[in-house]
Design a protein around this ligand. Structure first.
Ligand SMILES: [Zn+2]
Length: 379
């Protein structure tokens, strides 16, 4: 009975099918499921269990340059809920109201697109506060809808560029969430990873090109049983986390209890969790400002390298990500230097999607990372 309640509740929480964007809005907080519309998302701090997923997402809030996060697991484990919860936990951002990319008025106008009001003589644009966007990328979305579309006829006839921004423009400064990323066409995943890494979207059609800022954290969720991402694509995500239906009784009961309380009275539930939300927001902000001061000593770097060598990961991307992620974990802890404990906490998320298939070793990637950690760190 607990199982069916968990499944039903979790599925509602996934907000599937709620991703249709509001057209014409320069900015919109897209993708609320109908069930959660108008009452705000489930508080991030109230998510019971799922520690690995929560930590992975918190790291992106502290250091967005860590690269995207892959969330692997069954449907109905609250993946989308967690992303939405995190975005709304983050402080609102100041945006240029008339800018289609909702750029930061403090940022150099040269970093925004040519059609930004600030690049067209508006030295004192109207600004406003807006929540951090979470944009859903639906599986069937055309490339034009994702990257934006250029009206070539107008460009040829009038010599003017007419660009209709797509989902990447809306995701600027926020999160781009793809449910079932493993079912998305490879070339689109490739493109998204490129844009996420460069922070800029360039649309080119027959010699006409437009570029605009598109800084976002890419969050892809997927169920590995329904199809796999190519290893070349996997490796380009910063972290991968596993989620599952909790297997211990107390957590299961707590998940259901909290979700039930939220469904019955979201206003009271959110008010009750507000102090926890505030605490977590403070922790993120402190970690962000502390991040630069966290030392990664030779010993920590050596451990990271040993671990990657023991696992035989290709290239240096694994080490680099492991180091950065461990630094963010240390910053969240308020620590001044990265220790073994920080590395251990984040190593599975930083490395498990970078392992080469070993035909002689049938164990799962998590087991392999744990075995290598025991070798390097001792148990
Ligand atoms: Zn702008």
């Amino acid at each position: 009975m607990v199982t069916s309640a968990q499944n039903r509740i979790g599925r509602d929480a996934e907000g599937r099918g709620g991703g249709a964007p509001a057209h014409g809005a320069a900015y919109a907080h897209a993708g609320h499921s109908p069930a959660s519309a108008g009452r705000g998302p489930y508080p991030f701090s109230a998510i019971a269990g799922q520690e690995e997923m929560k930590l992975g997402l918190l790291i992106t809030a502290v250091d967005p340059k860590i690269g995207g996060v892959l969330i692997f697991g069954d449907r109905g484990t609250g993946k989308s809920t967690a992303v939405r919860g995190l975005a709304q936990l983050l402080p609102q951002m100041r945006i240029v109201s008339e800018c289609r990319y909702h750029c930061d008025p403090e940022d150099d106008p040269a970093n925004c697109a040519p059609d930004c009001p600030r690049r067209n003589g508006d030295t004192d644009p109207k600004t406003e506060m807006a929540p951090v966007p979470v944009v859903d990328l639906p599986l069937g979305a055309s490339e034009d809808r994702v990257v934006g579309s250029l009206d070539l006829e107008r460009a040829l006839a009038h010599g003017e560029k007419h660009f209709e921004p797509g989902l990447l423009a809306r995701a600027n400064r926020g999160f781009l969430y793809i449910d079932e990323v493993n079912l998305l066409e490879d070339h689109l995943v490739d493109l998204l990873l490129d844009v996420a890494a460069s922070g800029e979207n360039v649309v080119e059609r027959e010699g006409v090109s437009v570029r605009h800022p598109a800084k976002f954290v890419l969050i892809g969720s997927g169920n590995p049983e329904e199809g796999e991402l190519r290893p070349q694509l996997l490796d380009r995500f910063g972290l991968s986390v596993e989620v599952g239906t909790p297997t211990d009784l107390p957590t299961r009961i707590e998940v259901v209890r909290r979700r039930d309380a939220f469904e019955n009275d979201p206003v009271t539930f959110r008010a009750k969790w507000q102090p926890e939300e505030d605490k977590l927001r403070e922790q993120i902000l402190r970690a962000r400002s502390h991040l630069e001061n966290v030392e990664v000593g030779d010993e920590a770097l050596g451990r990271a390298a040993e671990l990657c060598m023991a696992l035989g990961t290709d290239g240096l991307r694994g080490e680099l990500t492991l180091m950065r992620a461990a630094r963010a974990v240390a910053a969240l802890d308020g620590a001044d230097a990265v220790t073994d404990a920080h590395l251990r906490r984040i190593a599975p998320s930083a490395l498990r999607h970078r392992l080469r298939r070993d035909p002689l070793d049938e164990s799962g990637s998590t087991t392999r990372v744990e075995r290598a950690m025991a070798e390097v760190f001792g148990s």
